[in-house]
Write a protein that binds this ligand. Structure first.
Ligand code: TXA
Ligand code: MG
Length: 315
């Protein structure tokens, strides 16, 4: 029988070489990270960057994150500052993205950051992506590997279901550890969270020991869609379904084990709940439910990231 997943590979020396060759030749590949799976292309190649926007059907005004193996590699592309250095030392490599002023000498394709004067950079910790970055002489532009406005993929098969054979390689490294996208923090001006994630505002404030900007304008990233992270069926927050034809996403001990109840974390662990969010929404969709109702999720720590994604999934 023909293997329909013939473009999904495990990671080894041979597939590392093959992946790098594809990236050098300005092609796109599907790669695991500790947050979600990404759609990677050479950030110094206009052709590769254009392919990313085309394949994802991503609006041109929604800038991409550029991934590096360490700060030295990013030095020429962005302007570092004290806040960046503090946060980098503490959290990197890891699930956090920094928006910094672009350096005049930057080689990043301007379209990658939607022609802005800032660039979002990230240093992922996953061993596969780190190995690829260390063995290439360019950084990777890498959005989540899903069609624009859809749920982010957390395993190689989710990526396959989005792009099928349009990618020559998808590296399979099991389930993403965090299962939710990186925290995005704007450091170009006074620090401000643009997208909540596993690393929380509280964690960050502890390091910066400074209050955050209360800037009201530009409260979210440019191009960030109001409707995003959509499972493809309606999501209704804070209400209970009236019958069991509709799925109910819950959190914590007090819920019964009913067929249409999907508990993000029975032990009320917000980190576990974040890791289960996209997986659960996909399961519900695949089971054929027509609507998702969601109970209240505590709005602290990773709960902020969960509620942010749910809010936009329901927009
Ligand atoms: O965890 C992650 O960050 C994943 C993995 C694959 O690394 N990537 C990811 O990329 O989530 P994407 O493209 O799905 O989300 C990028 C976010 C968007 O919200 C975008 O608006 C913001 O980063 N962003 C990128 N460049 C920016 C900039 N210059 N200023 C402000 N926001 C920016
Ligand atoms: Mg995305």
């Amino acid at each position: 029988m023909k293997n329909i997943y013939s473009n999904i590979y495990t990671f080894n020396k041979k597939t590392l070489k093959k992946t790098i060759k594809l990236l050098v030749d300005e092609n796109l590949v599907g790669l695991p990270t500790e947050t979600v799976y990404g759609l990677a292309g050479n950030a110094y190649s206009k052709k590769a960057v254009e392919k990313i926007f085309r394949l994802k059907k991503r609006p041109k005004k929604n800038p991409l994150i550029i991934h590096y193996s360490n700060w030295k590699d990013a030095e020429n592309d962005v302007i570092f500052n004290k806040n960046f250095i503090k946060l980098y030392k503490y959290f990197c490599p890891g699930p956090i993205t920094f928006v910094l002023k672009k350096n005049k000498s930057s080689k990043i394709v301007p379209q990658a950051s939607s022609n802005l004067n800032t660039i979002a950079i990230r240093f992922p910790s996953h061993k596969v992506i780190r190995s690829i970055l260390k063995n290439s002489n360019f950084p990777l532009a890498m959005p989540s590997a899903n069609l624009s406005s859809r749920l982010s993929p957390i395993n190689a098969f989710d990526v396959f279901n989005e792009f099928k054979k349009k990618l020559k390689i998808i590296i399979n490294s099991g389930k993403s550890k965090f299962g939710i996208e990186s925290t995005v923090i704007d450091l170009a001006e006074r620090p401000k969270i643009l997208r909540p994630g596993i690393i929380s505002v509280k964690d960050i404030k502890k390091i910066l020991k400074k209050n955050f900007s209360k800037r009201k304008t530009q409260s979210r990233s440019p191009g960030m869609l109001k409707k995003h992270y959509s499972p493809g069926i309606p999501v209704i927050i804070g209400k209970k379904p009236k019958n069991d034809d509709h799925a109910y996403i819950v959190f914590g001990k007090k819920y019964r084990n009913t067929k249409n109840y999907f508990n993000l974390s029975k032990k009320a662990d917000l980190k576990e709940a974040a890791a289960n969010l996209y997986k659960t929404m996909r399961i519900i969709k695949n089971k054929g439910y027509k609507k998702i109702f969601v109970s209240k999720i505590p709005n602290r720590g990773p709960g902020l990231a969960i509620n942010d994604r749910l809010r936009r999934a329901s927009a």
